[in-house]
Ligand binder design. Structure first.
Ligand SMILES: [Zn+2]
Ligand SMILES: [Zn+2]
Length: 421
């Protein structure tokens, strides 16, 4: 404890507590703050990303090895995995409260609207970078690469990055294959203008959440005991006897690395663009392999800024937890052969832990107008697994013609429609 500093006579000011004093109740109420885990990459504290071997700033991701490579001396390295930093020794069963990794903190929209001034360590000039668009820039004077390393409270810098391992060439091949299978009913213009080489690598912002929760569902289940016929002639009816049970089910469970979208911009565009659905179909990502933030992983790729805070994502999390509860409970009520009617359901979230993360996606987009309605179609490739999904604009005329022919073709139509919806 620091010795008490005398303040001027009669002036109000802070004083050190006397031994034996009870703590101020007001302060005690404020005390239990949500814990934060600092995930900042210490090596980047001077604000310049340098090669640890030669000091050059010309660094980028080498996709084939999933490592950073110095373009000057060819040294390759990877940043540390984030998972051990975040999880520590604690079991998910003991998770309570809301724990945030530092990159998942609330976005401060007033701070700087994404504009950031970087001082070039090479020549000292100041370069402004709009972090809502780019996360790295080259100093236009000395060509030093300036990157955003500091975790600013504007949602631009996540805790972790999952680097691309699927190369551009591999992504192009996946997209060609996907579109090729659907070519038969595809819009002619789409086929003519198909240029999968225009694929772009994008890092999309996600929140990766661990939770410790208890789900409860209550309702009524029926077991048939007898089935018989009553009456005769025209008045015959079948009667079922059943025992009715009141059922409740509790499920204590933990969820490791649930992936939640953290860009509302993309969710809101749904009516016009169907990326949201498309991206969900190429999940999951191997989020355990995500590494500490280093902006050089993003050199040559675009990225989207996170714009949603943890509190705003809570309902989405609870929804997902509830659907886990429903599906887990389903298998425990099979003996109610006349069915179960759930009357109430709920989930109590004991603890959550949030990490913000950039996940890699290759995107091929195609703008298309169908009978006056604008649509953007996407084919997305998971930048880690190569899983590919998307939508291809269909030619309604071709579909109609095909529907008249029978047999195996119909199956193909069903598949095509599935891919579009
Ligand atoms: Zn080097
Ligand atoms: Zn410079």
């Amino acid at each position: 404890m620091t010795p008490e500093t005398p303040m001027g006579e009669g002036l109000p000011g802070p004083t050190a507590p006397h031994p034996g004093d009870s703590p101020d109740p007001q302060l005690v109420e404020l005390a239990p703050e949500d814990p934060t885990i600092n995930t900042a990459n210490q090596q980047l504290e001077d604000g310049v990303n340098r090669c640890p071997t030669c000091g050059s700033t010309d660094i980028q991701l080498r996709v084939s090895s999933s490592m950073l490579i110095c373009l000057f001396c060819r040294h390759e390295w990877a940043e540390a995995l984030v998972e051990p930093l975040v999880s520590g020794q604690e079991s998910l069963r003991d998770l309570t409260g809301t724990t945030l990794a530092s990159g998942a903190a609330d976005i401060d929209n007033d701070a700087d609207a994404g504009m950031l001034t970087l001082k070039c360590a090479g020549c000292g000039s100041e370069v402004v970078v709009n972090t809502s668009e780019v996360m790295s820039s080259r100093c236009h004077w000395c060509r030093h690469v300036l990157t955003v390393n500091e975790q600013m409270p504007n949602g631009a810098v996540p805790d972790a990055v999952l680097p691309f391992t699927v190369t551009r060439d591999q992504a192009v091949a996946h997209i060609k294959e996907f579109a090729g299978k659907r070519k038969m009913f595809a819009d002619r213009q789409f086929v003519a203008e198909f240029t999968p080489e225009n694929v772009v690598g994008v890092y999309l912002p996600y929140m990766v959440v661990d939770s410790n929760a208890r789900g409860t569902v209550e309702g009524v289940g029926e077991v048939q005991t007898r089935k018989y016929t009553r009456g005769s002639g025209d008045n015959k009816e079948t009667v079922y006897d059943a025992d009715i049970y009141r059922i409740d089910r509790h499920l204590d469970f933990t969820v490791d690395d649930l992936t939640l979208e953290s860009s509302t911009e993309r969710s809101d565009m749904n009516a016009f663009v169907n990326t949201n659905n498309v991206i969900n179909t190429i999940l999951p990502f191997d989020t355990k392999n995500a590494v500490q933030w280093n902006a050089n992983y993003l050199v040559g790729y675009t990225s989207e800024r996170r714009d949603t805070d943890v509190s705003a994502l809570m309902p989405a999390l609870e929804d997902q937890l509830l659907s886990i509860v429903r599906s887990e409970v389903r298998s425990s009520v099979t003996k109610y052969d006349r069915g179960v009617r759930w009357e109430s359901e709920g989930v109590a979230v004991h603890g959550t832990r949030w990490v913000s993360m950039y996940l890699p996606v290759w995107l091929y987009s195609y703008y298309h107008e169908d009978r006056g309605r604008a649509m953007v179609h996407y084919i997305a490739v998971n930048g880690r697994t190569g899983e590919t999904m998307g939508s291809v604009p269909v030619s309604h005329k071709r579909l109609a013609v095909a529907a008249l022919t029978a047999g195996t073709v119909l199956e193909t139509i069903a598949i095509t429609i599935l891919a579009v919806s």
